[in-house]
Design a protein around this ligand. Structure first.
Ligand code: ARG
Length: 470
């Protein structure tokens, strides 16, 4: 031990002549947040030691001492007995120092042929891989529940909207499958991101590689990585995968916020389309009648913080010269928070969506009230030879009459309708009903109940195929 190492950091204090300023030590330390990577740090170290022994840099005894020591430390951390030290800066040096405490000088050999730069990049990728798998399971659960509800509600009629004005009748199942399509794309983006996460920086050492005869294929295989990263300079400094994950997360949360917004609208007395079970809602401390849709509101609100993390990470990486820079330590907090937020929001939705209780009569009434079959009447006239623009005009006049007399198109008598066109006959009522309107949109991607059932089946198959692929 060098004489200075009492006063300066033990791991790198050799060339320093005065101790680190107390504030600077706190300012530069990351242990308060990167201790979350402890499990992956130990996992990476065990693989590194195993590889070093295989290529003859460590003896088998040294390797075993290191692995046993690290395994004990893992237990200490899990039991909450580990003493995290801010002067030891980060998770890596905390664990290494404890290992040396426990097994003596052999502990100091663990860091042979690596650097904290490739170590931390490896730890975050292992962490992200674990989290992506948990997030994927929640996303799958949500999609499953949504497809099932869509199938159950394939015949349930509601108004479809453009500009939030009643447009044409759709089925509730069709609406739910629209949500499901958004999530299907998110799911693909997540799995695509995982491919680029699962590449191993370890062995890049500080930036240029190492002089020891390491075998990176061995470590990659032990850690379940697809391959070692190609270029050491890139591998220690690349954080694209963090940006890709937060991009995925931002788009997913954008989708969840759209769904949330609709759930909030639909639970209002003004829409009255659905009920959410009490367990997903809270009351008001002052207004006894209130039942607030807090869960979707909060998901809608949390979207903003995830967008913020994406912006933070993009800006963090902007203009960074190769290779590792201390800036990169700032990747962890946004990434951790994005992971936690996505997990929680997906869990909330996966629990809540199957519990949505549609108020079918109320949805039906709303679709009936808004002249939602006006396009169907126009299409009917066109089928009888009227030009579309003329048909549009005829229907416009019928709607104006309906507004004045407070009657929907389907509630008018044949004589009333014939005031606007004598081409209209008794068979018009088949297209003016809501059931007739949705059933007529009977092609792939359309809202007809049979199409919704077929689409639900295809969605289920696509989900199963994706699960099989990952
Ligand atoms: N705590 C650091 C981080 O999170 C670990 C790598 C530090 N490397 C270094 N040379 N200072 O990025």
């Amino acid at each position: 031990m060098s004489p200075m190492s009492q006063a300066t950091n033990q791991s790198w204090g050799g060339r320093f002549s005065e101790p680190t300023d107390a504030f600077v030590a706190r300012f530069t330390a990351s242990v308060n947040f990167d201790q979350r990577l402890a499990r992956q740090d130990i996992q990476g170290s065990i693989a590194h030691a195993t590889m070093l022994a295989r290529v003859g840099v460590l003896t088998e005894e040294e390797r075993d001492a290191i692995i046993n020591g690290l395994t004990d430390i893992q237990g200490e951390i899990e039991r909450g007995e580990f003493n995290w030290s801010v002067p030891l800066e980060d998770v890596h040096m905390n664990i290494e120092a404890r290992l040396t405490d426990k097994i003596g000088i052999t502990g100091k050999k663990l860091h042979t042929g690596r650097s904290r730069n490739d170590q931390v990049a490896t730890d975050i990728r292992l962490f992200m891989r674990d989290e992506i798998d948990v997030i994927e399971a929640e996303l799958t659960r949500l999609r499953d529940g949504m497809i099932e509800l869509a199938e159950r509600e394939a015949d349930t009629i509601m108004p479809g909207f453009t500009h939030l004005q009643t447009a044409q009748p759709v089925t509730f199942g069709h609406h739910l499958l629209a949500w499901q399509e958004m999530l299907a794309r998110d799911h693909e983006r997540l799995l695509d991101c995982r491919k680029r996460v699962n590449v191993m920086p370890l062995g890049s050492a500080a930036l240029a590689g190492t002089t020891y005869p390491i075998d990176r294929h061995v470590t990659a295989e032990l850690l379940g990585f697809d391959r070692p990263a190609e270029n050491s300079l890139d591998a220690v400094s690349d954080r694209d995968f963090a940006i890709e994950f937060t991009s995925f997360a931002s788009i997913l949360l954008m989708h969840l916020s759209r769904m949330s917004e609709e759930l909030v609208l639909w639970t209002s007395a003004q829409f009255n389309f659905i009920d959410l079970p009490d367990r997903f809602c809270t009351g008001s401390s002052i207004m006894p009648q209130k039942k607030n849709p807090d869960v979707p509101e909060l998901v809608r609100g949390k979207t903003g913080r995830v967008y913020g993390h994406l912006m933070a990470l993009l800006t963090l990486m902007k203009s960074q010269p190769l290779a590792y820079n201390k800036d990169n330590q700032e990747d962890k907090e946004p990434l951790f928070d994005a992971v936690d937020t996505v997990r929680d929001c997906l869990k909330a939705f996966a629990d809540m969506v199957p519990a949505i209780e549609p108020k079918k009569e109320s949805m039906y009434e709303a679709a009936r009230r808004g002249f939602s079959t006006a396009t169907d009447l126009a299409d009917y006239l066109v089928r009888k030879g009227v030009a579309f623009r003329d048909a549009h005009e005829i229907v416009g006049l019928s709607v104006a009459y309906g507004l004045k007399t407070k009657k929907d198109l389907s509630e008018m008598t044949l004589e009333e309708l014939q005031q606007f066109s004598d081409i209209i006959e008794q068979d018009v009522f088949e297209v003016l009903t809501l059931e007739g309107s949705v059933a007529a949109r009977n092609h792939i991607g359309g809202t007809a109940p049979d199409q919704v059932r077929a689409a639900a089946n295809r969605a289920r198959e696509a989900l199963a195929a994706l699960k099989g692929a990952s």
